[in-house]
Ligand binder design. Structure first.
Ligand SMILES: Nc1nc2c(ncn2[C@@H]2O[C@H](COP(=O)(O)OP(=O)(O)O)[C@@H](O)[C@H]2O)c(=O)[nH]1
Ligand SMILES: [Mg+2]
Length: 142
């Protein structure tokens, strides 16, 4: 199985998605440090939001086979700088999270645009709450 690093702002759903993909009970658990959970590397959102921490993500991603960038459908804020993915010398996948909260198509296109600007190679929209597209995502991670 591939080793996956999950990167995204605070509250974008990294920990919940990890729990879902690992068939664990979904519980809220604030991520305080970089956590290695089998083949998943869960990272605190602060590392993404405070740019002086970005080198920590970059160093940790060296151990991963795939860099997954998360963008919540509910989060209309610019997070990833243009070309962000070029920081990693690894394949990238963009995951739009909380798709169960989609109320306007424009939210989906905004999230896609953010991930494309970041430079991801592929995008998938999922919900860890309703399981939408979770199997498809799992197949892309295997
Ligand atoms: N509606 C909905 N809420 C979600 C989903 N995934 C995560 N959340 C909620 O978003 C919040 C932040 O999730 P968390 O996984 O801790 O984000 P992290 O900071 O990126 O690890 C929590 O309250 C989760 O319950 C989802 O697919 N749908
Ligand atoms: Mg977390």
């Amino acid at each position: 199985m591939k080793r996956i690093i999950l990167i995204g702002p605070i509250g974008s759903g990294k920990t919940t998605l990890t729990q879902r993909l690992k068939n664990q009970t979904i519980t809220y658990n604030k991520t305080q440090a970089i956590e290695f959970i089998d083949n998943f590397i869960d990272t605190p959102g602060e590392y993404m939001e405070h740019h002086q921490m970005l080198n920590r993500l970059q160093m940790t991603a060296v151990d991963a086979d795939l860099v997954v960038l998360l963008q919540s459908i509910t989060y209309q804020r610019l997070v990833y700088p243009s070309g962000f993915c070029s920081m990693f010398t690894k394949p990238t996948l963009g995951v739009i999270t909380k798709i169960d909260q989609l109320h306007h198509e424009s939210d989906l296109s905004y999230a896609k645009k953010m991930l494309i600007t970041a430079g991801v190679q592929e995008i998938i929209a999922v919900s860890a709450l309703t399981n939408q597209n979770i199997e498809l995502l799992r197949s892309k991670l295997s």
